[in-house]
Design a protein around this ligand. Structure first.
Ligand SMILES: Cc1cc2nc3c(=O)[nH]c(=O)nc-3n(C[C@H](O)[C@H](O)[C@H](O)COP(=O)(O)OP(=O)(O)OC[C@H]3O[C@@H](n4cnc5c(N)ncnc54)[C@H](O)[C@@H]3O)c2cc1C
Length: 455
């Protein structure tokens, strides 16, 4: 019975499984759906390459490069072009470049003169000793001012979490930002001095990490992991119950309508929090149902292809983010064909638009034709799009991204107690140690290492 059960075949489960198999462990990966990859999926059609959910991966840690090297994927990796460092924020209905240097910060029209002066005061604002959790919005208002919240952080939070800065908890949603204030007393001082510490740990700040995908999209990573784990993956297999027994764990699962039981010495759970909430188990004093409260707003991603000549904007950049104050339907648009080659046929462009989120959940749930109509309206005004799209692809996530909102500590405490009372059981996934793919990969790697060292 010396085998390890991994539940959930998203990027977290696949990475953990690959790491444990490579270390010679016998594993079984249970995946409820007919495919692995979870939120990661790419599609090639009519000469376009669109992503359903995530578009890019950040090389924030040597763990990411080691995974790609061990999978033999280095030659298929493509870094975002130089243009990716230019980002646009919409202000006054105009996509305005986000400053990339101190000189461009002073000359930008994105922030008023008063907002720039306010930002320069940041290093002189004392750190907070407040014990209660602070929202991202309150934290930014206090340190950087209201305008910076509205025209930098609000759109950035939409781009990352599709979330609401008034509700997200700064310590849980942006722990590194929070730590800068705690450790250095200022975000600006911390940015400068923190560089040395990051270099020492081999970590790279998200804003300077290499951004990449693969020649055939992020699906390449999933397909490669799938091929390496072909024998160990059970598709269409929903785990319904866990039972702690003296020898380890009984896993009850439903395979294409039939109930089975497997025995494992250890278990790694990588399913979303709202699924974990419904998993029955026999660990005394642990009620996982509270995990259902974690808010996952719906998000739709609408990829639209156009003839290049039908778009007035140069699309020289990563994309544009739209602050709530500007009142558009789109949260943000990636200039996908500017980021990576091969995303659109010659003389065509691909724009990937995200809609819904905590800002307007109802719009994520609208029918596709309504979404296209309103997104096109926004694109015509903001990017000078003329004519009709030559390609459309919509992906809808009913529960997209876990919101690390105020009060999140109680869920982390619950997960810690569950692990504490359930020897040989580990929990990972985007609701635990960060939502990005790079967070998921690094936490999967850590879990695999912890488990291996416990043998
Ligand atoms: C629209 C969108 C855009 C994003 N953009 C980016 C981006 O550009 N860059 C980035 O870094 N991140 C991005 N993210 C975040 C990132 O994609 C996710 O955080 C990450 O993919 C989550 O991986 P996971 O393995 O933790 O979970 P998931 O991908 O949700 O996988 C969990 C798996 O568990 C399975 N499962 C559930 N219940 C059971 C059960 N009982 N038994 C067996 N299996 C079960 C599910 O079927 C699923 O396959 C984006 C997310 C979304 C939704």
């Amino acid at each position: 019975m010396n085998s390890i059960g991994i539940i959930g075949g998203g990027i977290t489960g696949l990475t953990t499984a690959f790491r444990l198999k490579s270390a010679g462990k016998h594993i079984v990966l249970y995946e409820a759906s007919p495919r692995v990859g979870g939120q990661v999926q790419s599609i090639r059609r009519d000469g376009y390459l669109a992503e359903f959910g995530p578009n890019t991966l950040l090389e924030t840690s040597s763990v990411i490069s080691a995974l790609l090297r061990d999978l033999g994927l280095e030659s298929r990796k493509i870094y975002a072009g130089n243009k990716a460092k230019y980002r646009f924020i919409v202000r006054g209905k105009t996509p305005t470049p986000l400053p990339t240097s101190p000189a461009s910060f002073f000359s930008t029209s994105l922030f008023s003169f008063a907002a720039k002066l306010r930002l320069l005061r940041e290093p002189f604002i004392a750190k907070s000793f407040e014990k209660s959790e602070e929202s991202v919005a309150d934290f930014v208002r206090r340190r950087l001012g209201n305008e910076f919240l509205n025209y930098a952080i609000d759109p950035f939070v939409s781009g990352v979490y599709a979330g609401d800065p008034e509700k997200l908890s700064v310590v849980h949603a942006f722990p590194k930002l929070y730590a800068l204030e705690q450790q250095y007393g200022s975000l600006i001082k911390g940015q400068i001095r923190g560089k040395k510490d990051r270099r020492k740990n081999g970590d790279v700040a998200k804003n300077s990490a290499g951004m990449f995908s693969f020649d055939d999209g992020l699906q390449v990573l999933i397909d490669t992991l799938h091929t390496k784990l072909e024998q160990e993956i059970k598709l269409n297999t929903t785990v319904t119950k866990l039972e702690r027994i003296p020898e380890g764990w009984k896993v009850y699962y439903n395979d294409n309508g039939t109930e089975y039981i497997n025995l494992h010495s250890s278990l790694i759970l990588t399913i979303p929090a709202y699924q974990l909430a419904g998993l029955s188990h026999n660990i005394d004093g642990i009620d996982l149902s509270a995990l259902k409260e974690i808010y996952y707003p719906p998000v739709a991603s609408l990829a639209l292809g156009f003839k290049k000549s039908d778009v007035t904007h140069s699309l020289d950049g990563f994309g544009m983010l739209i602050p709530k104050k500007e009142n558009f339907h789109i949260l943000g648009t990636l200039f996908s064909s500017s980021l990576f080659p091969g995303r659109a046929p010659k003389d065509h462009v691909l724009l990937t638009n995200y809609i819904g989120g905590a800002r307007s959940p109802e719009f994520a749930e609208a029918d596709e034709s309504t979404q296209i109509e309103f997104v096109l309206k926004d694109l015509r005004m903001l990017l000078g799009v003329r004519g009709e799209p030559r390609f459309t692809h919509q992906a809808f996530y009913k529960k997209a991204i876990p919101q690390y909102n105020i009060g999140y500590a109680k869920y982390k405490t619950l997960l810690n107690s569950f692990e504490g009372k359930a020897p040989g059981l580990f929990i990972a996934g985007n609701f635990r140690n960060g939502i990005s793919l790079s967070d998921c990969i690094t936490s999967a790697d850590t879990i695999a290492k912890n488990l291996l060292s416990s043998f």
